[in-house]
Design a protein around this ligand. Structure first.
Ligand code: CP
Length: 317
């Protein structure tokens, strides 16, 4: 693996999942692999799980991890080619990225979308610029459109939580939120489940919340959440803002919150969410605090997903 930006960087999802679960059983199996290697984690946005799980994963492989909160401590970066830098930006990515490439063996970037300009966000200019200019492997810690470490974690969590008596039904269910959120987690989950190909995959959301087809193609899409939830084995709850009329909130209907009553329609489904979660807005306390919830296990699995990816990159580079 050269970089880890999307599912397209993975040649065999099941093999990567198996590797992650092997690390879960034996975290220090490859503690010498990253000896004398350094990983840089650049954050342009807040994080709890991604930041700490990637640091733990790097440490398990014997690497040194250094976190840099670019948004708070760094110079404002410019990404436009040919920009006349007479405004607020201080340093061009063309200048900064190769320097970071000299300091680190692997560089990880978190850069959320603006949600103001769809074309700009969906061009993935920030992460692509680091790939172009850093000269070392790049790992996405969530980009403008995708969150691949989260999605690998989600597949790991589904696989380890399911005794395969039948093909699982996996439902990605939109939920309300008070703020417009990126489509990244939903896009990425759809992309990975479709590429994995080992589940009946249904996406349910209110009208006008259609995601980009490049990620959802292959899934069954319905505005009828009750129909979607019938016989579900996994319900992945997530809010996202509108894609077509970009970055808007059209619906805050509380009937889209996942409650115990809604869960009754499922096949005793396990409930997933990437976290952080707005309790009693997206999911009710009763669901989050119940035996049905996988959210803590899921967040714990972030370490093993990151460790499997970093190990693949270390072996290949
Ligand atoms: N799920 C997730 O990416 O969590 P953080 O934003 O806390 O990293």
């Amino acid at each position: 693996m050269k970089n880890f930006i999307s599912v397209h960087d993975v040649s065999n999802i099941n093999a990567l999942v198996t590797k992650a679960l092997a690390y879960k059983a034996n975290p220090y199996a490859d503690r010498a692999l990253g000896a004398d290697k350094r990983i840089g984690l650049l954050f342009m946005n807040p994080s709890l799980r991604t930041r700490l799980s990637t640091q733990v994963a790097a440490k398990n492989l014997g690497m040194e991890a250094i976190v840099f909160n670019v948004d708070k401590e760094g110079w404002a970066l410019e990404f436009e080619d040919g920009a006349i830098m007479s405004g607020n930006t201080v340093e061009h990515v063309k200048d900064a990225a190769p320097i970071l490439g000299q300091y680190f063996d692997i560089l990880c970037i978190r850069a959320f979308p603006s949600l103001k300009n769809k074309e700009e966000d969906y061009s993935e200019q920030v992460i692509k610029s680091f790939v172009q200019f850093a000269g070392v492997p790049i790992v996405s810690l969530e980009s403008s459109t995708l969150h691949p470490l989260q999605s690998l974690t989600d597949i790991i969590t589904i696989k380890e939580s399911f005794t395969p008596s039948h093909r699982p039904k996996v439902v990605l269910k939109w939920a309300p939120h008070i703020k417009p959120l990126p489509q990244c987690v939903a896009n990425s989950f759809a992309q990975w489940v479709n590429a994995w190909g080992q589940a009946d995959f249904v996406i349910t959301h209110p009208e006008d919340y259609e995601l980009d087809e490049q990620f959802t193609k292959g899934a069954t899409i319905t505005h009828n959440q009750d129909e979607a939830l019938k016989n579900a084995d996994f319900v992945y709850v997530k809010n996202w803002s509108t894609y077509a009329d970009y970055g808007k909130i059209y619906c805050n209907d509380p009937s889209w919150m996942l409650t115990p009553e809604k869960l009754e329609q499922t096949n005793n489904a396990k409930v997933m969410h990437c976290l952080p979660v707005r309790r009693n807005v997206e999911l009710s306390d009763e669901v989050l605090d119940s035996e049905s919830s996988l959210v803590t296990t899921q967040a714990g699995n972030r370490v093993w997903a990151a460790q499997a990816v970093l190990a693949e990159i270390l072996k290949a580079n």
